[in-house]
Design a protein around this ligand. Structure first.
Ligand SMILES: Nc1ncnc2c1ncn2[C@@H]1O[C@H](COP(=O)(O)OP(=O)(O)O)[C@@H](O)[C@H]1O
Ligand SMILES: [Mg+2]
Length: 204
């Protein structure tokens, strides 16, 4: 059974003296869908970025199965709220997709990705369509844990349900753990096995 463990994480942004996170510990098992909730500005996205190695100037340690995650491919993958900010605007979708792994047709079909979309620029797709691409990008076969930071916030209800059903079924199939960051309480209650409040684990 795989386990992600973040132990006593403390962090402040450079040039800023205020600690955003202090001695924060959180863990996630494979197959587990854990919710993380908290007020706006409380540091949810910050811990997400740290877990997925987008920030490295922190104290504490992050391990998967007792090992530090400094390999070439990070088994902890982050999906952001705004996919348009993470896609290179000068790349067609095909190139953005292939940067991570060669997604098979099966998964493209599952996510309703039309072949013609692969030849489009990111700004020629809707937010929901773009988010499906960024989810597939995160689903490299080596991914063990997904950090989902408000990934369906701002999408319409139907798209939101579709995206979560797909992601949850793939996670189950591959025994991946998911950390679901959202302020949407009904969503969290519906899909999570367990909910953690950031303020309860952050000792600032
Ligand atoms: N790059 C940054 N540099 C400095 N401060 C930041 C940066 N990003 C976020 N912050 C600050 O860190 C705090 C936590 O932000 P964030 O983790 O985005 O909160 P949340 O996701 O819970 O809304 C906020 O006060 C925010 O202004
Ligand atoms: Mg946030």
């Amino acid at each position: 059974m795989a386990k992600l463990k973040a132990d006593k994480i403390s962090f402040k942004y450079s040039g800023n003296n205020k600690l955003i996170l202090k001695d924060l510990s959180i863990s996630l098992k494979d197959n587990q869908v854990k919710g993380l909730v908290g007020e706006s500005g409380s540091g949810k996205s910050t811990i997400c970025k740290i877990l997925a190695a987008y920030e490295d100037n922190f104290q504490g340690k992050i391990q998967v199965d007792g090992l530090s995650t400094n390999s070439k491919f990070n088994p902890i993958q982050l999906i952001f709220q705004h996919p348009e900010k993470t896609m290179n605007p000068k790349w067609k979708m095909k190139q953005s997709l292939e940067e991570s792994w060669s997604a098979d047709n099966d998964i493209l079909e599952k996510f309703g990705i039309k072949e013609s979309w692969l030849n489009r620029w990111p700004n020629e797709l809707s937010g929901g369509e773009l988010q499906r691409f960024s989810i597939i990008r995160a689903l490299n076969p080596k991914t063990r844990f997904i950090i989902a930071d408000e990934i369906t916030t701002g999408l319409d209800a139907v798209t939101q349900v579709q995206i979560w059903q797909l992601l949850l079924s793939i996670a189950k199939e591959r025994k991946m753990g998911i950390l679901v960051v959202s302020h949407d309480k009904p969503l969290i209650n519906e899909i999570c096995d367990e909910v953690v409040y950031l303020n309860d684990i952050n000792n600032v």
